[in-house]
Design a protein around this ligand. Sequence first.
Ligand code: MLT
Length: 206
Amino acid sequence: MDAVATTSFIHAFEPGTDANRTPLLLLHGTGGDERDLLPLGRMVAPGAALLSPRGQVLEGSMPRFFRRLSEGVFDEDDLRRRTHELADFIKDISRQYGLAAPVAVGFSNGANIAASLLLLRPEVLAGAALLRAMSPFAKPPRADLTGKRVQLLSGAFDPIVPADDAERLATTLASNGAAVDHRTVPTGHGLSQADIGLLKTWLDKA
Ligand code: MLT
């Protein structure tokens, strides 16, 4: 696995060894990079192809997938633009690597852009696991999410994502036709063993 720059996103790619596994699109949190979620991906979906881009926005020295105005307040114009850029990258690179549409596994900022991908460019994803996501848009666009599986894992003591915000995202996605599995685990914004177990079980059903 090497970090390479192509189609404008630095990314890591690990080819799959199990053809029955849906590829994973790994989207890191603020301050992470393309290597962060590879161990998680290998753990929850052994044998799946792993595609992991690095967010192109820098907040100080911390990579992110889109700009924010303050904690939890997003620059929605930038979010829209970055979502389309990421969707175009996923399409191009999937063709290049011969990948089927991936399931996104996003954490925090990565989960928020994954939610935005579902709402703006649902055709590029087979589904998404959103770990500590919040509603990306104040007024979410309509999208046809029929047939998309979504897992939303929230933290009961998350100081960044209010419970009603995560609930609003679950409702938005379900009202657009997604099959949403929303669970709240007894932890904060960071991931716990409970998240890993729930994610693995959900992915095994794909
Ligand atoms: C975001 O900005 O996407 C959320 O506040 C999560 C974070 O990255 O802290």
